[in-house]
Write a protein that binds this ligand. Sequence first.
Ligand code: ADP
Ligand code: MG
Length: 354
Amino acid sequence: MITQLDSSTVRLITSGQVAIDIPSILKELIENSIDASATSITVTLDNNGLNAIVVKDNGHGIPKEDRESMALRYHTSKLRSFEDLRGVRTMGFRGEALASCAQAGQLTITTRTKKDPVATICEIDKQGKIKSEKPIAADTGTQILLQNLFTHLPVRRQTMQKRASSTPASVKKLLTTYALAYPTIRFGLQLRNKGKRGTGGDWVVSASRSVEEVVGKVLGKGVVKDCVWLEEEDAASGVRIQALLPKREANRSVVGGKGHFLYIDSRPVSSTRGDSKTIIALVKSYFNIGAATAADPFVWMNIICPPGYYDPNLEPAKDRVMFGDSAEVIGIVEKVLVGVYGERPEQEKVVKQT
Ligand code: ADP
Ligand code: MG
């Protein structure tokens, strides 16, 4: 017999797609802070996140009239209709993250806009509704506190416990990905135990003026010295490429194995699937033209597209996009690569990866 699931069951099932583990939750919360024009974002893990995770920003805060709906599912201030998705410039638009957080653990939101005389701290229930709220002293911005994650989902809780010791490293990686896309934002990580400083020190990527500067801070000045910064526009499509790529003559041990940072409209995309995978393979093949041994070069690339050029809404995590014309994008990237590394012999052409 087919019956309709009740709404609380549906909520539990669907919240699982956004709030899979600590990094996937933090990704959403960091993106919310970026969307709120924050210039400083600090993540705190208490007992590696097993007690609590906190994301604090100095963004514009959530206005009083929006607080009732901030953690309700499919409630967003960023998108009004499906049509808007074409030109969406914010990182979020699905209105799911805070609702999923409310499901995943005990959610407390403290927020203050410039207009508010004081901040407000709101405890949110499992349905995303405000359980209690009261004034509290805090600066302009928003702080999301999520305690006792996944206590109702034993398998996820267990997985989280097993991964606990590696969580700070995963979170640093995540923060690095965003820091390299948003150099002017300061990103910090604090490790605490029951609110107290533990043995792990605090980690910070301070605000920078450019991608080159932040790459220098995070991956070493040597990497930047061996790279070239490019900014090119394809007049026909309106696609712009910004890239920091190793020079032909770069020291292979300096630029090798430093990671791939690929962004579309400054949105981090996974570099191991689809078109992004093809792009990384392409850089690698150009960089290695005529080389005795193949190196895996550092790649930083941001592909800036005109509105409607791709569909960002393929997956809840939004880390994969579908281009209307992926051959065109690959062609544009290839032109940039020819400019840096020269033409590639015909037999070395890369086959499209899937
Ligand atoms: P989405 O980001 O897709 O809109 P979320 O559930 O992540 O959905 O957030 C819901 C709404 O809450 C956002 O549209 C925004 O208005 C507000 N919000 C969430 N986080 C913040 C934040 N850190 N600063 C300001 N506003 C926020
Ligand atoms: Mg969001």
